[in-house]
Design a protein around this ligand. Structure first.
Ligand SMILES: NC(=O)c1ccc[n+]([C@@H]2O[C@H](COP(=O)([O-])OP(=O)(O)OC[C@H]3O[C@@H](n4cnc5c(N)ncnc54)[C@H](OP(=O)(O)O)[C@@H]3O)[C@@H](O)[C@H]2O)c1
Length: 271
């Protein structure tokens, strides 16, 4: 039996984590979301298992975290085995280059600050809030969702110009993961960044959050085909999370990957 918290579980990969982790009835699976009732309804309709619990937290306001920790603690017995920091934003201008953003300085400000606020600062708050429970847990793992698009070598070799704020913020997030690992590895806590591959989560994008990402998708797809000519296109959430869990289940604080970021394949191949 293990306990899990998935931060940002309302849809996409976060919701698929809830589905797969709750398959084991012994597990306790908590999802943190902004829209509690809608997510509880969706869980009832699509998962319907008593070991899934949905609580409120809006990551854009760190003051909502202590309440979420308290609610979680009540169902997990005051400890937590695995924290999964999954929430992210892609920004409104994923399809613009840096100079296009710069031609309207307000857009440059917004892209970088929106992405850094949620993808970096809010992640650090969320991890800090749950660390007391993680330190009391059995497995002591913090899995943070990042992206291969934050791999500087990939960006420079294949001229990946899109997703400026998103990629820069995920690169900064990778450093935050390394810093947390530097602090907690000797206490037996594994911090690991995971890129899920390119995953089709458009079906659950009910609020158009991915419009800008979709506009950049054919240019990005062409670059990824240069990188991996055998690439077959986006995979489904089910396949991605299955592969991620096989990587994270095996990973330990001592295996040399602590504080690093790897793909759903367990290495530095991003698709
Ligand atoms: N899909 C891919 O191909 C891909 C590739 C590389 C990396 N990733 C990473 O994998 C993770 C999941 O991706 P995804 O495609 O499933 O994303 P998604 O479909 O866009 O879902 C994002 C999740 O984050 C939540 N979220 C956003 N802002 C929040 C806030 N202020 N407070 C709480 N929750 C918030 C969303 O909740 P709401 O419903 O309330 O907006 C949603 O549950 C992300 O970290 C992403 O960067 C994805």
């Amino acid at each position: 039996m293990s306990s899990y918290v998935v931060v940002g579980a309302s849809r996409g990969l976060g919701f698929e984590y809830l589905r797969q982790l709750s398959e084991n009835p012994e597990n306790i699976v908590v999802g943190l979301v902004r829209n509690v009732q809608a997510t509880r309804d969706k869980v009832a309709a699509e998962i319907d298992r008593p070991n899934v619990h949905i609580f409120y937290s809006d990551l854009s306001d760190y003051k909502t975290l202590p309440g979420a920790v308290e609610e979680t603690s009540k169902v997990t017995g005051g400890k937590l085995d695995v924290l999964i920091a999954n929430a992210a934003v892609g920004g409104d201008y994923f399809d613009l280059t840096l100079s296009e953003l710069g031609s309207d300085p307000e857009k440059l400000e917004k892209d970088l600050t929106d992405c850094f606020r949620l993808n970096v600062v809010a992640q650090a708050h969320a991890v800090n809030a749950f660390m007391p429970l993680v330190l009391l847990g059995k497995t002591k793992k913090v899995i943070v969702m990042t992206t291969g698009m934050a791999d500087v070598d990939l960006v420079r070799k294949y001229d990946l110009w899109m997703g400026v704020g998103y990629c820069a913020s995920k690169a900064a997030l990778n450093m935050i993961i390394a810093k947390f690992s530097a602090e907690y590895r000797e206490k037996g806590v594994l911090f690991l960044g995971i890129s899920p591959g390119v995953v089709d989560t458009s079906a659950s994008d009910t609020n158009g959050a991915k419009d800008a990402v979709n506009r950049a998708s054919s240019a990005l797809g062409a670059k990824l085909l240069e990188y991996e000519p055998e690439w077959k296109g986006p995979i489904q959430t089910e396949e991605s999370i299955k592969k991620i869990l096989s990587v994270t289940d095996k990973a330990t604080a001592e295996d040399g990957n602590a504080g690093d970021f790897v793909s759903h394949l367990g290495n530095k191949r991003w698709v």
